[in-house]
Design a protein around this ligand. Sequence first.
Ligand SMILES: [Ca+2]
Length: 507
Amino acid sequence: MIRVLLAAIVVVAACAPASVPEARDWRDETMYFVMTDRFKNGDAKNDGDAIAGKADWWQGGDLQGVIDELPYIKGLGMTAIWITPITEQTRGGYHGYWTKDFYRVDPHLGDMDKLKELVMKAHGLGLKVVLDVVVNHLGYDHPWLVDSAHAGWFHDRCAMIFSDQKSVEDCWLAGLPDLNTENPAVRAYLTDWALWLIRETNVDGFRLDTARHVPKDFLREWIGAIKREHPSFWIVGEVFVSDYRYQAEYLDAGLGAVTDFQTQEGIVRALGPNEDLVWLGRPPSIAESYLPGRETARATFIDNHDVPRFIGPAATDDATARLRQALVYLFTVPGTPVLYYGTEIALPGGADPDNRRMMEWGAADETTRDLVRRLATLRQQTAALRRGSFEKLLSERDTLVYARRGAGDTAVVAINGQSDAPQTLELPLADIGAGGAVLHQALGPSASAVVRGDALLITLGVRGAAVFLLGAPVAGPPWTTIAVVAALVLVAAIVITLALRRRLRRG
Ligand SMILES: [Ca+2]
């Protein structure tokens, strides 16, 4: 009889839907990029020589401020944060890219215990942490330059010629002392430091600054040493150039991903003042050609701390509408989307350092923020948006339509490049491999759709942009499963009753 019950349990278990969770990887993450000094002042005691309003100087933001706002970042639908470098800086290095002491957290930001607390609390909320690191150069006037113990630690000073790779690797970027990574002592130092930093902090990844200025054979060795100890550690390299073929060499050197300046450039060209939406179809397509098998190994972004904010120095209604279209695009293309702090509230900013204004915590653009929240959440919920194919369906100056297809759902994204006229589009479902599908969800500004007959009819208002989720018709209650379970429960009850009676009779 126990055998009958076991059999019943097995049948019930077999009727339950299979749910084997797929292993997450960095395509599944959505990253929020914080310049710590510019995010939030969480501890006035460490402000030091900060001068409020001085754009190229410390402003008072710190690790405590990031800790305070982890729930905000999580609430935006983000799954990871990237923070600017934490090393102690030479004079005025508020951004973190001018290291003085690798082994000390800059006192403006906090200390090592505060960094550990940040990582621990982020992990507690399910947020991964990516730490920005610099191994190419040190800060201006670094004491090692005149210290005999560090003779041979720097390349000879030279002005960089960007068309010459040797010069790109060895010369002094913006006059910053360039580390001689051919020197075994330098290699050992930088490797030991990286391993120490990971062990101390328990971070999940690095964003490697100025990766194209570091010789690839050093990168290969350095990344190899990290991966030997931490096989799943993710390193995204800043390869600041619009050229996937060039960037591919850095993936070959071991990086987990590269910064996708092609997408950033495409967004500016497509949705900026000289709009031409054809540019938005290019980055994913070119990535497929030049990064075969690794076309998603790229961190996509609208803007960052080294380019003017998309919205520009002053937010206009039209620029904000275009930013919302860019957001729909960012969260629906292949790669790991990175949102620069403030972009979710259309924080304005021109060229560096104006693109690094303090985050605004008071009244803000709630419409844009809500759009970010819903897009980031939808991406997490929809495998097709994270893992699916990228298929251009319509690519014209004023109109872009593409599909992301994965197991199950198909996402169709449509963008209207016209700022003075709405558009209607009719897409045969068969053409997008979604015959018989129904519309599950529509998300985006000034856009709607219906399935009529065997076509998806899309209406895009002025500056409309949306993602439409198509899938199988939602089934009613699973009556078959319910009937089988009910029958098995009934059989089990009868069997138990009979057995009990038999035992009673014997007793
Ligand atoms: Ca270099």
